[in-house]
Design a protein around this ligand. Structure first.
Ligand code: HEM
Ligand code: HEM
Length: 187
């Protein structure tokens, strides 16, 4: 049964997964954009191989995170948040969870459709999800790119919202997601 008591803060596992995945997403954009600027060659392929390994790591962590979230309630939103802010915050979080699966899965399917194998840091190879298909590759590549812009947009809005809570509203929303801090007042 899920634990129904409402905590004041995110727990150490939820915080750890949040910041680990956030770091990996930054690495994903950095690697993809750097690879984009390179001519086809060993360096570009090595960078994309790392992008794929990190991306598959995000997929595994996203499964863990979703399972953890199902069984552990998040803290309530601060009392002062307006209904529209609550809807926006919840919608952003749901879209994030969807993208944490959709980004790796479209990347994995795109690679399969192009007949490129997806390895995990050279340790093992993931099975192909699709048979080679140039048309499917093009559609999946466009989908992966478009979703990456959506992810970037909501990440910027999410960071701005966290800053607003911390510096403008002066509530506990940022602190309760940060390790090594205390939530001094109930928000
Ligand atoms: C959270 C996970 C991921 C994020 C945030 C992400 C993000 C991105 C971004 C921003 C690009 C550049 C798009 C552009 O050119 O505008 C890209 C390209 C690419 N991604 Fe990912 N990606 C993720 C996971 C994956 C995975 C798991 C794979 C494969 C297994 C993958 C394979 C690729 C490939 C092959 C490209 C280059 C496409 C091309 O231009 O030919 N990605 N990704
Ligand atoms: C792209 C990277 C990020 C992703 C994918 C992401 C995703 C999420 C998700 C899904 C939640 C909801 C957690 C839950 O209730 O299950 C969340 C909460 C939160 N995130 Fe992020 N996040 C990212 C980066 C950041 C950054 C850089 C900051 C700070 C500047 C931040 C601050 C927060 C805070 C303060 C919360 C708690 C919100 C609340 O208590 O309602 N996040 N994040």
């Amino acid at each position: 049964m899920p634990n129904q008591s409402v905590p004041d803060r995110y727990g150490v596992v939820a915080q750890g997964l949040h910041w680990l995945i956030a770091g990996l997403i930054v690495a994903q954009f950095t690697l993809a954009w750097m690879a984009d600027d390179l001519p086809l060659g060993m360096q570009k392929l090595a960078m994309l191989a790392r992008h794929k390994s990190f991306g598959m790591t995000v997929l595994m962590l996203a499964i863990l995170r979703l399972l953890w979230r199902v069984f552990h309630r998040a803290p309530n939103f601060p009392a002062g948040m307006s209904p529209i802010e609550r809807v926006l915050a919840r919608a952003t979080h749901i879209v994030f969870y969807v993208l944490l699966f959709a980004m790796p899965l479209t990347g994995w399917m795109m690679s399969s459709a192009k007949n490129y194998s997806v390895s995990w840091f050279g340790r093992f190879t993931w099975p192909d999800l699709l048979a080679p298909n140039e048309r499917a590759f093009e559609v999946l590549k466009t989908t992966h790119q478009t979703l990456s812009w959506l992810l970037l947009t909501i990440a910027i809005l999410h960071i701005l919202a966290a800053m607003k809570h911390h510096f403008w509203n002066k509530d506990d929303v940022l602190r309760r997601m940060l390790p090594f801090t205390k939530s001094e007042k109930r928000s």
